[in-house]
Design a protein around this ligand. Structure first.
Ligand SMILES: NC(=O)c1ccc[n+]([C@@H]2O[C@H](COP(=O)([O-])OP(=O)(O)OC[C@H]3O[C@@H](n4cnc5c(N)ncnc54)[C@H](O)[C@@H]3O)[C@@H](O)[C@H]2O)c1
Ligand SMILES: O=C(O)C(=O)C[C@]1(C(=O)O)C=C[C@@H](O)C=C1
Length: 369
């Protein structure tokens, strides 16, 4: 692909910045990708992981020649860095960010961006609980929604270039204003993190008197609390820069919790069942095959004996039939006996073909709904 940018500078080559650098380089979207971070060691790792072409610790020098700057540090740091770099940006430079909240940085940009430069806020709705460049993933943005907060009066050409960049790394652009963005993500992203942390800390309190409690954690506790392992500093910045919106959704959450508490207290069987039914229905509304809005995987679960070479056998069976495996996970295994494997395919057609193939070969298989 023809490079869209001469030089992209990513400030903060961590999980998101590193993943973005990998995707930009892989797709040939920039002639060079420069990384700026606080320590040489991080930059060396980023070069080794092919996330950047070259690293530089000096912020001013790192952005001076860039025609696209991406701020990918914790949000309060990005706001501070934007203020610091603004006077040194070259004419025509486009600045975007990946921060989880948008009001503060968009307001700051409106005040300080020099004439001839453009700021467009960004937020990829993809990530993980890991932090740092070692957690970066070339395919992190594949099928993810990438929100852009394009403000009225922003020149069309840089916006189009940015949209093309986002689309080229496999994500899908969704335009939103920062106020609406911050309220919606308070509900769909920030509340879950706060609740997960509160859940873990509640069990932490029990842990004092019942030290064995963590050993009892099954799928439910693990599934609902994965994100509680996220970077505390990142989440601190999210909470402080989205205070009002988070407080608003927390109020609704507490009301919901209080209602459930009352139902349980009153042994209101009908009410409890209705509440769980409502939750089940709403959750079913999340498109099952989608991360964000685009289709991702068509999945099958197979049950196989625990024997050396089983996975290789499955892979070649599918390979010979021209079916590509998009994702594979060993779900459960009893050593020496057998286990279940989840396989993901790129289309319903491949899923159907694979199911037939497994059944023809006496491999127990079912579609994962
Ligand atoms: N983690 C996620 O799931 C996720 C998802 C979407 C958006 N975001 C947003 O992306 C941003 C980055 O998050 P992350 O998860 O990649 O964090 P991270 O901790 O993995 O990476 C941040 C990087 O910024 C560097 N950094 C910190 N201060 C710096 C400074 N002053 N100058 C230069 N570099 C500096 C750190 O060394 C680190 O390499 C945050 O604003 C976050 O809100 C995160
Ligand atoms: O950990 C994940 O799987 C994430 O998608 C991280 C997540 C989220 O849960 O909403 C967290 C913060 C971001 O701003 C975007 C994404």
């Amino acid at each position: 692909m023809q490079p869209l940018w001469e030089q992209v500078t990513i400030v903060g080559v961590g999980l998101i910045g590193g993943s973005l650098g990998m995707a930009l380089r892989k797709k040939g979207l920039a002639k060079s990708v420069i990384g700026v971070d606080v320590r040489e060691k991080i930059l060396d790792t980023a070069v080794e992981m092919e996330a950047i072409d070259r690293g530089i610790v000096d912020l001013q020098a790192g952005v001076a020649e860039a025609d696209l700057v991406v701020l990918a540090t914790p949000i309060c740091t990005s706001v501070r860095i934007l203020t610091e770099i603004a006077p040194f940006l070259k004419k025509g430079c486009v600045v975007t960010d990946v921060g989880s909240t948008k009001n503060l940085i968009v307001e700051t940009a409106a005040r300080i961006m020099p004439e001839g430069t453009v700021f467009v806020g960004g937020h990829p709705m993809a990530g993980s609980e890991q932090a740092g460049v070692n957690g970066a993933d070339l395919y992190l943005f594949e099928n993810a929604v990438h929100i852009l907060t394009v403000m009225p009066g922003t020149p069309e050409e840089p916006v189009q270039k940015l949209k093309q960049t986002v689309n080229s790394i496999g994500a899908r652009v969704l335009e939103m204003n920062p106020v609406q963005h911050d309220f919606l993500v308070a509900g769909i992203s920030h509340l879950p993190h706060i609740v997960a942390a509160a859940l873990v800390n509640t069990v932490g309190r029990l842990h004092k008197d019942y030290p064995d409690i963590l050993g009892l954690a099954a799928g439910g506790f693990r599934d609902t609390t994965r994100i509680a392992s996220g970077h505390p500093l990142m989440w601190r910045d999210i909470c402080t820069t989205n205070k009002e919106q988070i407080l608003e959704v927390l109020k609704i959450f507490k009301e919901t919790l209080n209602e459930m508490e009352a139902m349980i207290d009153n042994c209101d069987e009908e009410g409890i069942e209705a509440e769980f039914n409502r939750a089940r229905e709403i959750r079913r509304g999340i498109p099952a095959r989608m991360k964000g809005y685009l289709p991702v995987l068509y999945e099958i679960i197979i049950y196989v004996p625990d024997r050396p070479g089983v996975i290789a056998g499955i892979a070649s069976l599918l390979g010979e039939a021209g079916i590509n495996i998009s994702d594979i996970e060993i779900m459960r295994v009893k050593e020496g006996e057998g286990g279940s494997i989840r396989l993901g395919f790129g289309s319903a057609e491949d899923q159907e073909k694979a199911l037939t193939l497994f059944r023809e070969n006496n491999i127990k298989a079912k579609i994962k709904l």
